[in-house]
Design a protein around this ligand. Structure first.
Ligand SMILES: *Cc1c(COP(=O)(O)O)cnc(C)c1O
Length: 344
């Protein structure tokens, strides 16, 4: 069997040879015409892929993109609602608190589904200007109903802000109805971590007291290149996006995710199940986690179980966010089944 490891972790994800080669090209100045064209092409491709007017890129991981979006929300000045049903929803709340954003939390137990009626009830309690939530709540794999939330915002003339970190690039996503959304280079787009992405359908709101690095207007005013940006990372991202545009790979991923979900379901280890998700959170029978992870590791399959919140709960995650060959996904399905058969 193949000696190359198969990366089914939540990130950094499985990288294709083409993207790896793009990263290793010589570094080019961010002030050169070559870089200008490369960046413009990359941002235009992202706008096109997700049906948004503007895409901004900045140095940093996904948390940076959320921080930038949260400062835009702060500048907006109105009160809003932050929905949370997992680790990443609560991170958004904690970040918002530090920035001093005025909001009401709507917090559910991890893995529970948002109740639109309850949200409407909360909206009637005050003058709310916006809703913020995660699309795919990566901690549980639950895919929140972004369409319903965006429609609700539209009906109430509110802005809709969404963290799409683990749904961008892994599922067909039309972001034309949201105000702003965030992503990163290192998850579903299948590139290296290090670039934060903010998608927007509005021109950024201006503020004079937002730190320069976090101020989206600064990126807009400086034509998207206010500071040094790594040409290597942009080149890798650009190559990864070109690969994403071929739908054959996306439909193969869908097909294998259904298969993984069905296997996990059969052994009853995926309590927050969502067949559409590309991230699965496995809750294994008592005491079985070490055997499971050791077996998968020995078979060269990389999973996620070292994040603080996963360790705390004894959870393991399997995610299909990168770029794979079919024989790799097939091998992983067979191995997963053998392993669960053995331990469950
Ligand atoms: C990964 C992730 C983030 C940000 O993580 P970074 O480690 O900063 O890249 C934020 N929200 C969600 C939903 C994520 O999956």
């Amino acid at each position: 069997m193949t000696l190359e490891k198969i990366n089914l972790s939540t990130g950094p994800v499985h990288i294709s040879d083409a993207v790896r080669n793009a990263l290793s090209e010589p570094a080019v100045s961010h002030r050169s015409p070559y870089f200008r064209t490369l960046l413009d092409d990359t941002l235009a491709a992202l706008c096109n892929l997700f049906s948004v007017r503007h895409t901004f890129v900045m140095n940093g991981s996904g948390t940076m993109a959320n921080e930038v979006m949260l400062h835009q929300i702060k500048t907006l000045g109105s009160k809003g609602l932050i929905l949370s049903n997992g680790e990443f929803g609560s991170r958004l709340s904690r970040q918002a608190k530090r920035i001093g954003i005025d909001f009401i939390p709507y917090t559910l137990d991890w893995g529970r589904r948002f109740d639109l009626a309850a949200i409407k009830q909360l909206l009637s309690t005050g003058n709310m200007g916006w809703i913020l939530c995660c699309h795919c709540e990566t901690s549980t794999g639950v895919l929140n109903d972004l369409n319903a939330i965006a429609d609700l915002c539209e009906a109430h003339q509110m802005h809709c802000f969404v963290d799409c970190m683990s749904s961008v690039g892994t599922t067909h996503l039309n972001l034309s109805k949201v105000t702003m959304a965030t992503a990163s280079s290192g998850k579903g787009l299948g590139a290296y971590p290090g670039l934060a992405l903010v998608f927007s359908n509005v021109a950024p709101w201006r503020s004079d007291n937002t730190p320069t690095y976090l101020d989206l207007t600064n990126y807009a005013l400086k034509n998207n290149i206010p500071f040094t940006i790594s040409s290597n990372l942009i080149n890798a991202l650009h190559t990864a996006i070109l690969q994403k545009q071929t739908t054959a790979h996306t439909s193969m991923i869908h097909q294998y995710c259904h298969r993984y979900y069905d296997i996990l379901q059969r052994y009853d280890v995926v309590p927050f199940g969502d067949r559409q998700s590309k991230v699965f959170t496995l809750v294994l029978p008592d005491g079985k986690k070490p055997t499971f992870t050791a077996y998968m590791d020995e078979k060269q399959i990389i999973l996620s179980y070292e994040s603080e919140y996963l360790v705390k709960r004894n959870w393991v995650q399997l995610a299909v966010l990168g770029h794979y060959r079919e024989n790799q996904l097939d091998y992983a399905a067979a191995t997963l089944e053998q392993c669960l058969e053995r331990i469950c």
